[in-house]
Design a protein around this ligand. Sequence first.
Ligand code: SAM
Ligand code: DTB
Ligand code: SF4
Length: 318
Amino acid sequence: MRPIDTRSDWTRDEITALYRLPLPDLMAEAMRVHRANFDPNEIQLSQLLSIKTGGCPEDCGYCSQSAKFDSGVKATKLLGLAEVTAAAAAAKAQGATRFCLGAAFRSPKDKDIEAISAMITEIKGMGLETCATLGMLTAQQAGQLREAGLDYYNHNLDTSPEYYSEIVTTRNWEDRLQTLANARAAGISLCCGGILGMGEEVSDRIGLVHALANLDPQPESVPINRLAPMAGTPLGDSAPLDDLELVRAIAVARIAMPRSFVRLSAGRETMSAAVQALCFLAGANSIFVGAKLLTAGNPEPDSDHALLASLGLRPMVG
Ligand code: SAM
Ligand code: DTB
Ligand code: SF4
């Protein structure tokens, strides 16, 4: 089938109309778009590694790694090169084709960029797709990471522009856009998505998808996280997001961003196989594998292999 073209001029009304479709119509359209652009039976496996955990000066209300909350997460130093490359090699051996380095920085120091660049060059050299999420980047730092072999930079918009300041006060929406622009200008593909289930309204979920879809060019990778409530954080007691709200948001993201990888990210540990299957039908085509995300849990590898096998889904090969 002919690929479906992307467009970055979605109106909020159009995204709202998609979101409000009867579920069968929404799913049919999401599947049509998905099949026109991807093999719907293939899932990319990504693995995450926290290379610098905790002690972050930002106050993102969902995050166990902020120094402002008493989450019990201990701050660590940046991991060494050997430990990181060993983890990447193990991930590759388990079938991951993408490896993402996460660091609890507001923004990395230049000496961090040097050390992380060496990690990226090694991981890229193993034939893995590389991604990093290190907080705010200057244009120069983005250029250095690109030079080292960074394929993607993860920097999420997290929620709608209106709700953003309810969740984070130590930076703003414009700061996020600036880092995304710096990464883009350096030639790095964008991994940009958000979190659902932070007490936002449906209109905020619509606002998030609208903002992501109208980035021009659209992010090549869109992680959709369901809040993993972390004890001690302001959002630690949040009620779980309704399963079908998650499915709807994924379907709308798939339709609005037809060529992007839509990644079913945090929160799978508390999702049934049936809900995950609906998310894959709605157009999600990547998951994080490995028993840990950054600090939060994730399904055990055996249970993920069994899930994919039971659905007849194949891991994407590199
Ligand atoms: N410090 C960097 C930053 O925020 O830009 C990178 C690391 S941060 C942990 C990466 C993303 O993970 C966040 O933007 C957020 O969308 C997601 N995330 C963090 N904690 C989460 C949680 N408890 N549940 C779901 N998603 C979460
Ligand atoms: C993203 O959007 N989801 C991943 C990745 N980017 C870095 C991280 C989810 C983190 C979940 C919370 C934790 O492990 O602490
Ligand atoms: Fe820091 Fe990132 Fe956590 Fe925010 S999400 S507190 S920036 S590690």
